[in-house]
Design a protein around this ligand. Structure first.
Ligand SMILES: [Zn+2]
Length: 387
């Protein structure tokens, strides 16, 4: 799920000169807005630190590189290591230097750098054009550029300047992007536990101590909500992007509910994982937007939100109608609606809604009946039915 910033650069010249005199290699698709780097992969010897560990140097990280590492982390840009060294001593040195925690993955060994960078991209599920590679050796940069032409390669001397380059400057930095590394690391621990857990999936979910909160979105929630609807297109049931401004304009509208969904478990917070927009009327509630993060699909987050909405509409005595526009990527959302009991019946209540935009938006309908609370998570909600 590559996320692009909407900041654009006027042309290729500027795009390439941004890194300083053609120092950067790697090609971007033509006429694409410049993509923000999502992960920086660092070489160690004479790049991240001064000196060569295996030659017995007392390696040290200079202040500007240290500031770069901390600064990238604060911007939500993940960092990893690709180094030709023995793994044990190199990782131990990162720990002694007090910076090991900043790296979500470390490929330290004797294989080609391109293989390490590729594995890092695969494990993070990041497209190659969102990866940056920093190495002091021209031959290593050339090897990565040859096999992974979309990876952007930077020489070690540009490391202190990375924070000044546009591709390392996300258009927005939200609470969740600042915590991205922490969330990634919690997720890695969670997956390791899941792999070692032999019980059935529901039992595993209960062991996570999952909690979901559905609340009315506040002004502060909305920028991360927008980031979410951009990032989770396969889970956006309407296939329509609601901007920050669209949603903000509806915050004070008495008939519209803009809902923020957050989740946590015993490993930590998942941050904002969903957004919903519902127009409530006396006879029919209209679900105009439901998007949930693909990070929480396996926890049944979408189904939990839908079941709660069905229950609230049942309490209010209203029918519930959801907009659904099939796209190549949101099939999983259609399954969630059907599983929750939505269908194509032509109920009279549909006539109360304005016609859908264009011909592609379907209206899925349900005559709600009360639903039990979920058995795999604690749910804290705002009551909609009594307002
Ligand atoms: Zn109806």
């Amino acid at each position: 799920m590559p996320a692009r910033t909407r900041q654009t650069r006027p042309g290729d010249c500027e795009r390439h000169s941004a890194a300083g005199g053609g120092a950067v290699s790697g090609t971007l698709p033509p006429d694409e807005p410049i993509a923000t780097v999502k992960c920086v992969v660092w070489d160690l010897d004479n790049t991240l630190w001064k000196g060569t560990l295996l030659e017995g140097d007392d390696v040290a990280v200079d202040e500007q590189v240290h500031e770069t590492i901390v600064g990238l982390d604060a911007r939500g840009i993940l960092q990893a290591v690709a180094s030709k060294n023995d793994h044990g001593p190199a990782w131990q040195r990162l720990e002694v230097l007090g910076i090991a925690e900043y790296f979500v993955l470390a490929k330290i060994g004797w294989g080609p750098k391109s293989a390490s960078v590729r594995e890092i991209a695969d494990e993070l599920k990041f497209a190659h054009h969102t990866i940056a590679f920093v190495d002091d050796q021209p031959a290593e940069r050339a090897e990565v550029a040859f096999h992974l032409p979309q990876v952007r390669c930077y020489p070690a001397e540009s490391a202190p300047r990375l924070l000044t380059l546009p591709e390392f400057t996300p258009a927005t930095v939200t609470v969740d992007s600042r915590r991205r590394r922490e969330m990634y690391q919690a997720n890695a621990r969670r997956q390791a536990e899941q792999e070692s857990f032999g019980g059935p999936s529901e039992e595993f979910l209960r062991s996570l101590d999952l909690a979901m909160e559905i609340s009315r979105a506040t002004d502060d929630d909305l920028s991360r909500m927008e980031e979410l609807t951009l990032r989770t297109s396969q889970m956006n049931a309407t296939g329509v992007h609601y901007s920050d401004a669209d949603l903000r304009a509806l915050l004070d509208d008495a008939r519209h509910e803009v809902l923020a969904v957050t989740m946590s478990d015993r490993f930590g917070s998942h941050g904002a994982v969903g957004v919903a927009l519902v127009e409530t009327g006396p006879a029919v509630w209209h679900l105009k937007l439901l998007a949930t993060s693909c990070r929480v699909v396996s926890f049944g987050a979408g189904a939990t939100v839908l079941n709660w909405l069905v229950n609230e509409a049942a309490t209010a005595g209203a029918h519930l109608v959801a907009d659904f526009r099939p796209t190549a990527r949101n099939r999983v959302m259609e399954v969630a609606y059907r599983f929750a009991g939505f269908n194509d019946e032509l109920c009279a209540c549909l006539a109360e809604l304005p016609p859908p935009d264009g011909g592609q938006t379907q209206r899925l309908h349900i005559t709600p009946t009360p639903r039990p609370a979920p058995c795999t998570m604690r749910l804290t909600t705002v009551p909609l039915a009594t307002t």
